[in-house]
Design a binder for this molecule. Structure first.
Ligand code: NAG
Ligand code: NAG
Length: 237
């Protein structure tokens, strides 16, 4: 079979041929690594390979940002039933021993401002509404779950009120698709780059005695050993 024909039939059947997708490993812990999905919108210097983490904005409240290195380690929490019910959480353990506590990645349906809507990492057991993409998806990355037809994450260079007007962060937002006569489309705000946050395997640090967090329901997830080493042009979906 001609390679192009083969690719086409794979794509239309939405079947992931292990030979045609980047190889994944399994791990409980992972970092979330920026992959700019439209390279023409990338920043200069590039934000490809940057890592998702917290910017503190108040008690148990953090804005999701990306930084060049040392991003937060996350795990996906839930039972098998939670996978079916879309009730998983993406959690990061915060605080210092022994009082380590869970913070959950969550999105807020805010009034849409010019940069889209916010992604937060807030304290407590929340229904975050985000999880890693399902097995049927060829890639493993953070996706918004509940009732959202189609959306994309974006990184925008913007201020965060808590830090005043002088300091800009690479803030992670999400943009929901809009529907009109020509179909469904996602409009990336001016000055923002559309991204995926791709799972890179990382060690999940064991919890200290007496922690508020628990790893009892931390799932083994699909993750890549090194996202930066993936040559996406070899894969077409
Ligand atoms: C990563 O970005 C490239 C474009 O630079 C795109 O072709 C590829 O599908 C993206 N992969 C994921 C998992 O976002
Ligand atoms: C983790 O998942 C379990 C099982 O669904 C649930 O009982 C627990 O509250 C979750 N933890 C957090 C911090 O959301």
């Amino acid at each position: 079979m001609h390679p192009a024909v083969l690719l086409l039939s794979l794509a239309s059947a939405a079947v992931a041929d292990p030979g045609c997708i980047p190889r994944t490993s399994a791990s409980q812990g992972f970092r979330l690594i920026v992959n700019v999905t439209d390279p023409s919108k990338d920043f200069s210097p590039s934000i490809n390979g940057q890592q998702f983490t917290n910017a503190h904005i108040g008690p148990s409240q953090n804005r999701g940002i990306v930084v060049p290195s040392a991003g937060a380690v996350f795990y996906q929490n839930g039972t098998y039933a939670d996978i079916d019910k879309h009730t998983l959480q993406i959690i990061n353990d915060a605080g210092s021993a022994p009082g380590v506590f869970p913070q959950t990645v969550t999105y807020q349906q805010e009034s849409v401002d010019t940069f889209g809507q916010g992604l937060y990492i807030n304290g407590g057991a929340l229904s975050g509404g985000v999880a890693l993409s399902r097995l049927a998806d060829p890639y493993s990355y953070l996706s918004i779950l509940e009732g959202v037809v189609s959306s994309t994450l974006v990184v925008c260079s913007q201020t965060i009120p808590y830090y005043g007007d002088d300091r800009k962060f690479n803030v992670v937002n999400w943009v929901q698709a809009t529907r009109d006569s020509s179909g469904t489309s996602v409009k990336v705000p001016e000055g923002c780059a559309p991204i995926n946050l791709v799972a890179e395997c990382a060690e999940l640090a064991p919890l200290p005695e007496g922690a508020y967090s628990s790893h009892e329901f931390a799932q083994e997830v699909r993750c890549y050993e090194k996202v930066a080493d993936i040559d996406w042009s070899k894969y077409s979906f």
